[in-house]
Every structure is written in structure tokens, then in C-alpha cells.
Design a protein around this ligand. Structure first.
Ligand code: F6P
Length: 327
């Protein structure tokens, strides 16, 4: 039988994602509603190790639901992946009497939480906060919708100038290991092709399609590339295509970290708010080592391990649709 949770810590870890603040707000206010004490842990696991931990009240999360970034800051702590680092972190939590943890982050953060709660008697609940959407057990992750909309807005602007010059643009979006931003923004902007880490990049096929479209005088050509595609992103793809198609007017544009910032969309705020509420409820129900997801608009629990290992499957059909619609 697990101990009743009375004091909880909340942290954000890994790459920040729009909506993390809304999740923090939901955890703090739901915790207070249920009579818990809530502590903010600054800079993720590193803050746990360095005892950068402070008491939060309802006012600590006022006026943040609409803000990008994370008021708790974030980090990717290497030290936490050592037994000594985790021991220090545990001792600091004990010092504050914290006996439950909510971790808002992506796959690396969940691996950390999994290790930690296997070793120590502190239950951990994960909330999927990453623009990459590369987590199983949830239809969406906090931040993905905002990031995709940012990418779409930028690509639409690129389309204007591509059209004015009859140019081919290779646009790079984020996603070192995941192609969801590329696929969703590519479909939404009418890209010719989307190149993603989960699939091999077929240069011959791209050249063939572009050459055929050139013959038909198709004017605007956009290719959306995830930064982690087989060739390592848009710059490399641009070089290869310039080489193979010397007459084509090709430009490369890397969208970069603008995709991580900005006010969270309505979808992300609401997702984060619901997930934050469910995270506290889960701790109170004695759950441990699970991630709270939303599937078909219903709350869903998945083991942290499975959320990381299973990944989401990339839809071949979606890639097919992208190509058909841009023909
Ligand atoms: O995990 C989110 C993400 O934005 C990835 O899409 C990207 O590859 C990575 O973080 C970039 O990390 P950093 O900001 O540390 O360069």
C-alpha cells in the first residue's frame, strides 16, 4: 500500500514547450484544492540536486496560463543520470517532506522519473510536455499544437516569397528524432514532400517529382524537412538538390527555436490544464510511474516506460496524402 501523498513537487524538464506554464498552474491549484502543499523545483532535475526548491501558493501561478516558456525554468541534467545525483535529489526532497512528484517533459525526462521512482519511495507522474509529440499513450503532447501553428504561419509566409520568385524552398522544422511537426505542418501548408527521421529520404524520387513538376510549370515548391532526417536537415538536402538540379532556384530556411516559444494555443492550454489536474488526482489515488495522456478526449494512463519505448507510429497514409495533394 503506498503512503498518502501530502506534499508534492512539480518540475519542467528537457526542451520547454508552450503550455508548460498552464500545466504548472493546474498542478499547483489542484494540489491546493485537495489540501496538499506544493513545491516548485527550478531547472528540472538539476534543481532537485541543487535544492533549488520553493513553496508555491495560488498566487505563484497567477497570470501565467497565457505565457510561453516555463516559470520553473528547465534543463537537461546529466548529473541526474548518475546514482549519486539521484541520491542527492532524493535527500533534498526528503528535507522538504516532498512525497510525490509531477514531471512535465518529454522522453528523457520520463526516463529520469522512471529510474528515480524505481529507486526511491517517491511516486512520479509524468505529463507529456514536448513540441515533438514523440510520446505514446496520448494523442497530443503539451506544446505540439502551438509549435505546429508557428511553423505553419512561417511556412505560409515563405510560400508568398517562393511564389513571387518561382523558387523551391526547403524549410527545416524541429524534430531531431521525430517527424510529427514536419508532417502536420507539411500537410497544412501544401508541401510537396516531407522528410522525417522515421523514414529513409529518397533523393532520386524527390528529383524525379520536382523535374516532372518543373515541366508542368508548377510554380511553388515547398519541401518540409525535420532537422533529424536521414541527411541531417535542410542545409544538406539543399546542397544535394542544388547539385542534382543546377538550374533550379533553391533556397533553404531553418525555422529553429521560434517553434518552441510564444503564447500557447487554446488546445495546448486546455490540454495542459486537464493533464495537470489529472496528475494530482493520480498521485492522490496512489498511482506511480505513469504518464497522464489524453486519447480520444478521454484521460488515459500509460506506464512511463511504455510512453517512451512505444513511441507513436508515423502514419504512412498521411505521408501519401501529402504527396497526392501537392501533385
Ligand atoms: O525536444 C524538443 C526539441 O525542440 C527538438 O525538436 C529539438 O531537436 C531539440 O529540442 C533542440 O534542443 P536544444 O534546444 O537543446 O537545441
Amino acid at each position: 500500500m503506498s503512503k498518502q501523498v501530502t506534499k508534492i513537487g512539480v518540475l519542467t524538464s528537457g526542451g520547454d514547450a508552450p503550455g508548460m506554464n498552464a500545466a504548472i498552474r493546474a498542478v499547483v491549484r489542484t494540489g491546493i484544492y485537495y489540501g496538499l502543499e506544493v513545491y516548485g523545483i527550478v531547472r528540472g532535475y538539476q534543481g532537485m540536486i541543487e535544492d533549488n526548491i520553493f513553496h508555491m501558493d495560488s498566487k505563484s501561478v497567477a497570470n501565467i496560463i497565457q505565457k510561453g516558456g516555463t516559470i520553473l525554468k528547465t534543463a537537461r541534467s546529466k548529473e541526474f543520470f548518475t546514482p549519486e545525483g539521484r541520491q542527492k535529489a532524493y535527500e533534498n526532497l526528503q528535507k522538504h517532506g516532498i512525497n510525490g512528484l509531477v514531471v512535465i517533459g518529454g522522453d528523457g525526462s520520463f526516463r529520469g522519473a522512471q529510474k528515480f521512482s524505481n529507486e526511491f519511495d517517491i511516486p512520479c507522474i509524468g505529463l507529456p510536455g514536448t513540441i515533438d509529440k514523440d510520446i505514446a499513450g496520448t494523442d497530443f503532447t503539451i506544446g505540439f499544437d502551438t509549435a505546429v501553428n508557428t511553423a505553419v504561419e512561417a511556412i505560409d509566409k515563405i510560400r508568398d516569397t517562393a511564389d513571387a520568385h518561382d523558387r523551391l524552398f526547403i524549410v527545416e522544422v524541429m524534430g531531431r528524432d521525430a517527424g510529427y511537426i514536419a508532417m502536420h505542418s507539411g500537410l497544412a501548408t501544401g508541401a510537396e514532400n516531407v522528410l522525417i527521421p522515421e523514414q529513409k529520404t529518397n533523393i532520386d524520387e524527390i528529383v524525379m517529382t520536382l523535374t516532372e513538376k518543373e515541366k508542368r510549370k508548377k510554380l511553388v515548391n515547398l519541401i518540409v524537412v525535420a532537422e533529424g532526417d536521414e541527411y541531417g536537415g535542410a542545409t544538406e538536402i539543399g546542397k544535394i538538390l542544388k547539385d542534382r538540379m543546377p538550374n533550379a532556384d533553391i533556397r533553404v530556411c531553418i525555422l529553429g527555436h521560434i517553434q518552441r516559444g510564444g503564447a500557447p494555443s487554446c488546445i495546448d492550454r486546455n490540454l495542459a490544464s486537464q493533464m495537470g489536474y489529472y496528475a494530482v488526482e493520480s498521485l492522490l489515488q496512489g498511482r506511480n510511474n505513469v504518464m497522464v495522456g489524453i486519447v480520444n478526449n478521454e484521460m488515459n494512463y500509460i506506464k512511463l516506460d511504455d510512453a517512451v519505448k512505444q513511441k507513436q507510429t508515423v502514419s504512412d497514409e498521411m505521408l501519401k496524402i501529402i504527396k497526392i495533394l501537392a501533385s
